[in-house]
Design a protein. Structure first.
Length: 89
C-alpha cells in the first residue's frame, strides 16, 4: 500500500543511515522497523517495584543541625580546604 508519512527529522535520518549501512532500501528499513515495533507492542516487561534497604550511617555529631544541610556541607568543605592548605605548608 502506498501512503505518505511525515517523519521527524532525526527519525528519517536514522532510517536513512540504517538503509545505507545495511544496503537495503529506505522502504524496507521503514517496513522492518514498523513491523518490529508493532510486534513488540504490549510485550514490554513491567518495571518491578524498587525496594531500598535502609542502612544506619551512625549518629549525628553534637552541635550539627541537619535542618541546615547546605550550611553543614559548606562548613565541612571549608574545614577540608583548610586542612589541605595546612598540609601544604
Amino acid at each position: 500500500m502506498r501512503t505518505t508519512l511525515t517523519l521527524e527529522d532525526h527519525l528519517a535520518r536514522s532510517l536513512r543511515e540504517e538503509a545505507a549501512r545495511s544496503g537495503r532500501s529506505f522502504k524496507e528499513v521503514v517496513n522492518d522497523t514498523l513491523r518490529t515495533g508493532l510486534s513488540r507492542r504490549g510485550r514490554i516487561p513491567r518495571a518491578h517495584a524498587y525496594r531500598l534497604e535502609p542502612a544506619s550511617l551512625g549518629r549525628v555529631r553534637a552541635g550539627i543541625d541537619l535542618d541546615k544541610a547546605l550550611e553543614l556541607a559548606a562548613r565541612l568543605e571549608d574545614e577540608e580546604i583548610a586542612r589541605e592548605l595546612e598540609l601544604q605548608r
